[in-house]
Structures are given as structure tokens and as C-alpha cells.
Design a protein around this ligand. Structure first.
Ligand code: 9D3
Length: 227
């Protein structure tokens, strides 16, 4: 899969997306991740990418032309252009699965107060990562890349494949424990040391339901097909 991120701040991404599973996905060729800076498509001597909003108001608006030129250079037939914006539909695991099937994704990051409305015509999808205000679309774009990368074929080990599906069951994870067996007088539940995998599976399923009821009761009232 190829992902191009259109951003005024490409240098924000590499320290995060060169590590861990995303870093491995890129090194192994499962993910080709590149960056395009609208500033490189300006022709004036100050490389201006933003300007004051018509009608007045605080902050700066990303200008249409540098964004349009960056998109024009980047998109091809069959590309999916996603704009990260506080006005977007909520990005969730169902959306991650859907986007992981796309051959070429273009993630457009806004910054400042937003982007000139007239470039939204060149956008297929507008997504938010939640109802809170960030300073730009870069961190949301990193979250989207991360969520997609781990779904690409061959990125997670075989034994993690079921884990990869876990959110789609609509329940939270069961609790995890590792060595030592007793830590500061707190013991690991005996069942996990029993070697009885039927009992372990039953215990884990019960804990999933318990955790979901306690932490995210809203998930139990939602049909799992939405995920
Ligand atoms: C909603 C606030 N807007 C009206 C005052 C101004 C504004 C604030 C912050 C416009 C853009 C931004 C930058 N945020 C994003 O680009 C963004 C975002 C977010 O802030 N929260 C959750 N998801 C996303 S995706 C992109």
C-alpha cells in the first residue's frame, strides 16, 4: 500500500512512523509512506501557504492553490483523498479496515484554522479522530497511518491475527499478565497458570464482558456489525 501525507510539517512524522510496527511495515515493503509539502508548490518569494480569512476572524487559513497543486501532483486514478478535519466523520476501526484495502491513500492535513473551502471539492472523505481540538491534522494522520499499517497483510505475526480482529468482536480486551507470577504480593489469576486452555478461554471471555460492562457499557448496546 502507498500513503502520501500532504502536510506543511513533514518533519513531525518520521520520528514516530519510523519506529515499531509501522517502521517494520515500511522496511519490509508492505507500506510505502511519503510526504508532500504544499509549501514546495508555491511560486512567490516568501513561499506563502496561508492567509487571513475573508470576513475577518482569528487565525490563518491554508490557501487553496498550494494545496491543490500538492494534491494534483500526488493523486492518481483510483487514489482516495482523505482530509483530516475536526468537522469530519469519526475515524474508527471499521474505517481503518476499509482504508487498509485501498492501493493509494492521500492524507491531507490542515493546520491553523482550516483550509480554503474550495479545495474540499477534491477530497473524497473527511475524517476526525474525536471531539477535541488539536493544532493540526498531523497527529490524526499519524494515528490513521498507524491503524492502517497494522492491518496490512504480513505486518503482524500470524499469532497476532486473532488479536488483530479483537475490536471487531465489539468487546474490550481481556486482562494480560506476564512474569513475575507474584509482583508486590499481587498474584496472577491461578487459571492462567493451569494449562487448561478451555478454562482459560472461558475466563478470558468472561473478563472481556466484565471489562466492557464496567469501562465501555456503550459498546454492549451497539450492534457488532457496525465495527
Ligand atoms: C473546531 C475548531 N475550529 C473552529 C474554531 C478551529 C480549528 C481548530 C483546530 C480548526 C482546525 C484545527 C486543527 N485540527 C485538525 O486539523 C484535526 C482534528 C482535531 O482537531 N481533532 C480531532 N480530529 C482532527 S482531524 C484534524
Amino acid at each position: 500500500m502507498r500513503i502520501d501525507v500532504v502536510t506543511l510539517f513533514p518533519e513531525m512524522f518520521e520520528p514516530v512512523l519510523s519506529k515499531s510496527i509501522v517502521g517494520r511495515a515500511r522496511a519490509s515493503g508492505s507500506l510505502d509512506l511519503r510526504f508532500v509539502n504544499p509549501r514546495d508548490f508555491t511560486e512567490d518569494k516568501h513561499h506563502q501557504v496561508d492567509d487571513r480569512p475573508f470576513g475577518g476572524g482569528a487565525g490563518m487559513v491554508l490557501m487553496a492553490e498550494p494545496v491543490y497543486q500538492a494534491l494534483k501532483k500526488t493523486r492518481r486514478r483510483g487514489s482516495r483523498v482523505v482530509f483530516l478535519s475536526p468537522q469530519g466523520k469519526r475515524f474508527d476501526q471499521a474505517k481503518a479496515r476499509q482504508l487498509a484495502k485501498v492501493k493509494h491513500l492521500v492524507l491531507l492535513c490542515g493546520h491553523y484554522e482550516g483550509i480554503d473551502e474550495r479545495v474540499l471539492e477534491f477530497v473524497d472523505d473527511e475524517l476526525s479522530i474525536g471531539d477535541f481540538v488539536l493544532t493540526g491534522g498531523e497527529i490524526p494522520a499519524m494515528a490513521v497511518v498507524d491503524a492502517i499499517a497494522r492491518l496490512l497483510p504480513g505486518v503482524l505475526a500470524k499469532k497476532d491475527a486473532a488479536e488483530r480482529e479483537s475490536f471487531s468482536e465489539g468487546l474490550l480486551d481481556f486482562p494480560q499478565f506476564t512474569r513475575p507470577r507474584v509482583w508486590r504480593r499481587r498474584a496472577v489469576p491461578d487459571v492462567l497458570l493451569s494449562g487448561d486452555h478451555r478454562r482459560i478461554d472461558e475466563w478470558r471471555r468472561a473478563e472481556q464482558v466484565r471489562a466492557t460492562r464496567k469501562k465501555r457499557p456503550d459498546l454492549l448496546r451497539q450492534p457488532a456489525i457496525a465495527r
